[in-house]
Design a protein around this ligand. Sequence first.
Ligand code: COA
Length: 167
Amino acid sequence: MIIRPETAADEDAIHRITETAFAEASHASHTEADIIRQLRKDGDLTLSLVAEEDGEIVGHIAFSPVAIGGRHDDWYGLGPVAVRPDRQRRGIGSALVTQGLAALRARAARGCALLGDPAFYGRFGFESDGTITYRGLPVRYVQRLVFASEAPYGELTYAPAFDLAAL
Ligand SMILES: CC(C)(COP(=O)(O)OP(=O)(O)OC[C@H]1O[C@@H](n2cnc3c(N)ncnc32)[C@H](O)[C@@H]1OP(=O)(O)O)[C@@H](O)C(=O)NCCC(=O)NCCS
């Protein structure tokens, strides 16, 4: 399995995997695949990595700029992340998160935030201590990982493409 940046030829496979992986997820808005296309169109897909196995795309992770407390200063949002259902629970999701975070650090990002299950993301160092909030969501799902400088606080705001989730 290799992890590499997306190319234009991967776009449809990314869409399919994201749709399939989130189809059964209870927390899904079912707009995740469209959000990725919109992020790309808007120039907000800062980092888009695919996991490839035997020439097939089996997983994907996206990162895009976020604001915290109204400030945009090199913080990025993790997600959506998806692994093809028949390849889940084999470490592919973890490899996408780990390599994505390493790539963000390499581009001098200050930190990463996400909405997600602490049982999965805690292992990568994400914390939810209530300093970041998101639209009344229980704080344990609003997580952050500080790379550099002081931790920001306030409401988390995603790129406009994520408004598709609220439609
Ligand atoms: C979440 C997802 C990307 C993880 O990918 P994966 O390749 O299965 O992940 P890994 O094999 O690296 O799993 C690592 C660990 O996370 C656990 N895990 C996987 N999905 C989890 C979830 N949704 N909640 C809690 N733990 C989860 C696994 O049990 C595993 O734990 P273990 O090592 O103690 O057994 C994948 O399950 C998926 O595509 N889910 C549907 C889409 C989704 O929910 N995306 C995340 C939105 S926040």
